[in-house]
Design a protein around this ligand. Structure first.
Ligand SMILES: O=C(O)[C@H](O)[C@@H](O)[C@H](O)[C@H](O)COP(=O)(O)O
Length: 256
């Protein structure tokens, strides 16, 4: 497990640009090392800005997109193509613009898909799809080179919400009902699954995130503040704009 580190950028736009540049480099490095790369996407405003910034980067063409696996950390359980789905947002902002292998793009099931209107069944199907991509006999999950997370004002990550039963869940994928952030029904990777990623990046911009970010870095409990329970196996990186970094504890400030 890795110690957290913090990088701060002047404003949300520069934050998105910097995360986009890091993401391209991370995918290139993974492909240089392993011949392929895998990324876990998230939803929300800052994630969409990052995806648009990657699409606009000339260096994105240096990535062999046909050898990138794309997974999602969480999804809003809505019909396929719904504009509120994290998948729809990511496709519009980035995925439709790069030559991915459709077989390597792994959206979470939609509410009008083969799982029917049953988020538990959708979670089970996604867990099975992850397990099929895992190295035989080793694990229930494939290797994730980088897993990106937005951070909610309440400290949620993916769709793991504070004090919600999902924050105690040990299976890798869980249905979520009664989400405090709309829509109420979701599917999410759980903290134990998120924490198998080699690098986890928590991306947050804006003053309304400062409290949650500060408390997570100060060592809050993972049930009270799921962002505090996130740790990549190789690296845990908080990527913030100045406003979101306002309450970062002093011991991380010296690292900037
Ligand atoms: O489905 C979602 O809404 C997300 O995956 C969620 O975890 C999001 O990343 C955070 O709520 C931050 O979202 P913002 O960047 O929009 O604040």
């Amino acid at each position: 497990m890795s110690e957290a580190s913090v990088a701060v950028h002047a404003d949300p736009d520069l934050l998105a640009q910097a995360v986009a540049a890091r993401l391209v480099v991370r995918l290139l490095d993974a492909q240089a090392e392993r011949g392929q790369a895998s990324v876990v996407l998230t939803g929300g405003r800052i994630a969409a800005a990052v995806y648009r910034a990657v699409a606009a980067l000339p260096a994105r063409d240096a990535v062999d997109w046909s050898r990138v696996d794309v997974w999602w950390g969480d999804e809003r359980f809505l019909p396929s193509g719904d504009p509120e789905r994290n998948e729809t947002q990511a496709r519009a902002a980035l995925l439709d613009a790069v030559p991915l292998d459709p077989a390597r793009v792994h959206p979470m099931p939609a509410s009008d898909g083969p799982a029917g209107h049953d988020p538990e069944e959708a979670a089970a199907r996604y867990a099975a799809e992850l397990a099929r991509s895992a190295r035989p006999g080793t694990a229930a999950l494939p290797h994730f080179d980088v897993l990106m997370l937005g951070v909610g004002e309440d400290g949620h990550v993916a769709s793991v919400f504070p004090e919600h039963p999902v924050s105690y869940e040990s299976r890798p994928v869980s249905a979520v009902r009664g989400s405090p952030k709309p829509p109420p029904v979701r599917v999410t990777l759980t903290l134990p699954a998120i924490n198998t990623a080699e690098e986890v990046w928590l991306v947050a911009g804006g003053a309304d995130k400062a409290r949650a970010v500060g408390m997570a870095l100060a060592g809050a409990g993972p049930v009270q503040l799921p962002a505090a329970g996130v740790q990549g196996t190789g690296r845990t990186l908080w990527l913030l704009d100045r406003a979101a970094a306002a309450d970062v504890p002093a011991r991380f400030r010296s690292l900037r």
